[in-house]
Write a protein that binds this ligand. Structure first.
Ligand SMILES: [Cu+2]
Length: 322
């Protein structure tokens, strides 16, 4: 046994050195800065540990059995007719069954807790930000503040952020790794995702879905700042940035990359229009809402966009005072 250790130990140290160096600081998912990201990290750890309970013994035993029962080892019994052991059967079926039950219980609990459209409990009113993925840039519209940005997000720390997400081109995926898992943006659909940053900081955001040529440039900075700094920034954007007109939006939607931009205003109901243009009068494009809140096909044509914002939030009661 000592002989294998002599070979194995340096090998293991080398593997660990390669895995741990160079990559440190890049495990953003394992360094969360908000409640959603923290729960997701916990679930990753729980699942990894439970899997390791099976995987580690299986890998070790594979090596041990192959070595111990090698052809030229005459010291162990050779039993070609052996076929059953109740003790062994109980062990190899029992342990995985118990682990899968535990794993399932955790996964079900976390899956319901982490339903993306579920509001984060907080004394603060959530800030709403509408996200539209374009080829190849992100448009963020702030319906309550009336401002818009491209490839740049700013929001207050310690306050739940309610994202509504859609796409005006290829499907993409909105991801701020340190705050929570990715969620798809799809044309003709409005998704809801709650995230929160518990501390101020500059977080990395990206498009996590391959959408062609310049998809790798669909990264954005997500700045979590104090409430005062956030309000000051909103005022500054309102007073010093250009307007985003409908023509401006169509220009922005053309294929191409973009630097960070900010706009003092945007066409009212722009997000709803982006979603609705793919709908052709069918039912409301909600993944998580209830369809009762949608108008009938006949009503959709002349439905006003202000009413729609209300409808989009009617699915869940936590939006009642929005
Ligand atoms: Cu969908």
């Amino acid at each position: 046994m000592r002989r294998y250790l002599r070979v194995l130990t340096p090998l293991l140290i080398m593997v660990m050195a390669v895995m741990l160096s160079g990559c440190s600081g890049q495990y953003l998912v394992l360094d969360p800065k908000g409640p959603i990201g923290e729960s997701q990290r916990d679930l990753i750890y729980i699942s990894a540990i439970l899997c390791a309970v099976i995987l580690v013994p299986v890998l070790i035993m594979t090596a041990v059995i192959v070595w111990r029962y090698r052809e030229n080892n005459k010291k162990v019994a050779y039993k070609p007719k052996w076929e059953h052991s109740t003790k062994l059967e109980t062990l190899v079926w029992g342990v995985p069954t118990v682990i899968i039950i535990i794993l399932a219980a955790f996964t079900i609990k976390y899956t319901y807790d982490l339903e993306p459209s579920k509001a984060i409990a907080s004394e603060h009113e959530p800030v709403t930000i509408e996200v539209t993925s374009l080829d190849w840039k992100w448009l963020f519209t702030y319906p309550d503040e009336g401002i818009a940005t491209v490839n740049y997000l700013k929001f207050p720390e310690g306050v739940p952020i309610r994202f509504h997400l859609t796409s005006d081109q290829a499907m993409n995926s909105f991801w701020i790794p340190q705050l929570g898992g990715q969620i798809y943006t799809m044309s003709g659909m409005a998704m809801t995702l709650y995230l929160q940053a518990d501390e101020a900081g500059e977080y990395y955001g990206s498009g996590a879905n391959f959408t062609g040529e310049d998809f790798s440039k669909m990264t954005f900075k997500a700045d979590a700042v104090s409430n005062e700094d956030y309000n000051a920034w909103v005022q500054q954007v309102k007073s010093s940035s250009p307007e985003l007109t409908m023509d401006g939006y169509h220009k922005l939607a053309e294929k191409g990359t973009s630097d960070e931009q900010s706009f003092s205003s945007f066409p009212k109901g722009l997000f709803q229009q982006i979603v609705m243009q793919y709908m052709n009068g069918s039912d409301m494009p909600m993944h998580h809402g209830n369809s009762e809140s949608a108008g009938s096909d006949k009503d959709m044509g002349d439905m006003d966009m202000d009413g729609m914002d209300k409808d989009m939030d009617m699915g869940s009661s936590e939006h009642a005072n929005h």
